[in-house]
Design a protein around this ligand. Structure first.
Ligand code: B1M
Length: 207
């Protein structure tokens, strides 16, 4: 069966949605769901490494994530039953005034690929909406994306609102104009420059 797991990893990495789902369904008949989950997480981790190295680009990541999602459709009910559902929750969104969501969606996909529960609030999200979602879902991390220099100040506002609220969730920021220096200045708990690094950062923050 070891080869079947490798084939599953390869099918997800290559974005072969139907093949990945078919292998996963077959494996589910006899194998531990945790091992099947591991095979798809390995695929997403491999894609993340290649994406960071500039060996693959946004379309490859998107098709791999689609294949991952199709496997999760069959795997999720079994994982929930066996208590292997994600332990940590990330609330993510693009900040108020900003409608760019391609990068934010990639971050969400990589986080799902790293076995986080992801609550995606979409675009143009106000501080209040982040706050109530963090409360409702007991979020470990709140992830803010901004693509416009004019919407970066919203990130500082959100960090301030969270600090005042006393909510313990860690806040991370990212997006093309955002830097580590900016993250430090506004008091965020972390910054990452791309989607794969964001998943690594979140793993470190909840470790
Ligand atoms: Co707009 N836009 N746009 N745009 N747009 C930019 C961002 C811009 C740089 C183009 C330019 O002038 N060269 C410029 C911003 C300039 C600035 O502020 N310095 C700009 C502008 C000005 C505008 C408008 C104001 C244009 C206008 O109407 N006059 C307007 C604003 C609308 C609004 O938001 N209120 C606008 C609108 C749009 C579209 C709607 C047409 C469309 C967005 C569609 C969508 O997202 N659904 C759009 C697009 C597509 C772009 C460009 C061309 C591409 C952005 C993108 O998706 N990149 C962009 C130019 C560019 O970047 N070359 C541009 C691909 C994506 C994968 O990368 O989002 O950077 P990115 O995400 C990366 C990392 O940044 C990181 O991970 C991702 C993947 O690794 N990352 C995170 C992102 N979020 C993260 C969060 C994290 C961690 C990492 O932790 C939480």
């Amino acid at each position: 069966m070891e080869n079947e797991f490798d084939s599953l990893t390869e099918a997800v990495r290559k974005g072969q949605r139907d093949k990945a789902k078919e292998i996963a369904s077959r494996l589910l008949e006899s194998e531990n769901p945790a091992d099947i989950l591991n095979a798809i997480l390995t695929a997403m981790a491999q894609i993340g490494v290649r994406f960071k190295a500039g060996e693959v680009f946004v379309p490859e990541v998107l098709v791999a994530a689609r294949a991952m999602n199709s496997v999760l459709e069959v795997l999720e009910p079994v994982l929930v039953k066996s208590g292997l559902q994600p332990k940590h929750c990330v609330v993510i969104g693009t900040v108020f005034g900003d409608l760019h969501d391609i990068g934010k969606n990639l971050v969400a996909m990589m986080l799902r690929g790293a076995n986080f529960k992801v609550v995606d609030l979409g675009v143009n999200v106000s501080a209040d909406k982040f706050l109530s979602a963090a409360r409702e879902h007991n979020a470990d991390i709140v992830a803010l994306s901004a693509l416009l220099t004019t919407t970066m100040p919203s990130m500082k506002n959100i960090v301030d609102v969270f600090k005042k609220s006393g909510i313990q969730a860690k806040i991370i920021v990212g997006g093309a104009p955002v830097t580590q220096d900016f993250a430090d200045k506004i008091g965020a708990n972390g910054y990452s420059k791309d989607a794969a690094s964001a998943a690594d950062l979140c793993k470190r923050l909840v470790a």
